[in-house]
Design a protein around this ligand. Structure first.
Ligand code: FAQ
Length: 334
């Protein structure tokens, strides 16, 4: 791996000859699968890439609560409500672990939040699509959490210690989320014809946006080469997308649902399912801020931040009072 890091046009990956001694030693640690910890020396771009990826990941978990939170009050039974509530609370927890992991790199949670609220930092494209009815809760759990796990299981082996450790717990919870989504789909598919149609319609609308979650095709992925050389990413976007398709097609068959892509079929030569690429122009519009719900999502997060100001002010005032009391007690004792 180390020797293979030949600088190719556009990748920005340095060859060993171009590295400083410190960079070479760092790369050797990565190649030996050692974890990099917050106080260790690291190249500035490694730090910046992690802040970008972990920050976007944290924002996705937080914004990702909105399309599902919308359905907590409308869940069809008390049991479904309790399960969905627990799932949405898990997403909040994931956001918090990830913000903590990002903070170890020298950025504050407030700075990250400000960059989300101003639209400077991204979050996953998928959360800019609406959830129109209860079947969407099934499709989101099954396909969106399914795609999230496919991406996150390898991230348990990512090179940055705090990120990889956060991923271990997150992945356990995400598998429960995926199962609950599949369970909703199974109930609907075994229900009335109308319920099965709702499940099919939810799948039709979620399939391609779920494929987009893995990021642009490898030829358009600007960060993959360097991120993989640093083992921040373990797989390319297309590798994970293919694994997701291969896993999901038999699951859809079991439900009796049709993948909304007539090109999906098992390729006997490769052993993988062929499939159509998503509409990448739609993807790039969504990540530029022009998706169906981008404005609604950012407005909701901005409102939550503004509404929570009194709590932050109260906590700060309390902390200042405590610090002042401690300082005056110390002066009195001297
Ligand atoms: N959405 O060069 P690449 C979840 C951007 S968690 C928006 O390939 P990279 C749990 C990318 O940032 C879901 N933007 O980038 C849940 C870059 O733009 P930049 C989140 C995207 O980083 C479930 C540009 O395109 N998971 O769902 C997307 O190497 C249910 C070029 O792309 C993670 O964040 C996208 N889909 O690879 C919660 C996992 N894809 O930053 C609630 C960690 C790409 O230069 C309910 N992240 N872009 O302006 C990753 O693995 C990677 O960051 C990728 C993208 C694979 C997402």
């Amino acid at each position: 791996m180390y020797a293979q890091m030949i600088k190719t046009a556009g990748t920005g990956v340095k060859s060993p000859e171009e590295m400083t001694d410190q960079e070479r030693a760092f790369q050797a640690r990565i190649d030996a699968d050692e974890k990099i910890e917050p106080k260790d020396w690291m190249p500035d771009d490694y730090r910046a890439t992690l802040i970008r990826q972990i920050g976007q990941h944290a924002h996705s978990e937080i914004v990702g609560q909105l399309p599902e939170g919308n359905w907590i009050t409308r869940a069809p039974t008390l049991e479904r409500k309790a399960i969905l509530l627990a799932k949405v609370q898990d997403e909040a927890g994931h956001g918090l672990y990830l913000y903590c992991a990002a903070e170890t790199l020298g950025i504050s949670r407030d700075e990250l939040t400000e960059d989300l609220l101003s639209g400077k930092m991204k979050y996953s494209s998928i959360f800019n699509y609406p959830t129109l009815n209860w079947a969407d809760m099934g499709a989101v759990g099954w396909l969106v959490d399914g795609a999230a796990i496919m991406n996150q299981v390898p991230l348990q082996r990512t090179s940055f210690g705090p990120y990889s450790r956060a991923m271990v717990r997150i992945c356990k919870e995400e598998s429960f989320h995926q199962r609950q989504g599949y369970d909703i789909m199974m109930k609907m598919c075994q229900g009335t014809e109308e319920q099965k149609q709702m499940a099919q319609d939810a799948m039709n609308r979620t399939w391609f946006p779920a494929l987009m979650m893995f990021g642009p095709s490898d030829k358009d992925s600007v960060h993959s080469t360097q991120s993989m050389a640093w083992k921040i990413k373990i797989n390319t976007n297309d590798e994970l997308r293919q694994k997701f398709v291969d896993q999901t097609v038999p699951q859809a068959e079991y439900l009796g649902l049709t993948i909304p892509d007539e090109n999906v079929k098992l390729n006997k030569k490769t052993g993988h399912y062929d499939y159509s690429e998503p509409d990448w122009s739609e993807f790039f519009e969504v990540i530029k801020g022009n998706g169906p719900c981008n404005t609604e999502r950012l407005n909701a997060r901005n409102k939550a931040w503004d509404d929570g100001k009194w709590v932050r002010d109260g906590l700060l005032a309390h902390a200042r009072k405590k610090a002042a009391r401690k300082a005056s007690a110390k002066t009195a004792a001297e």
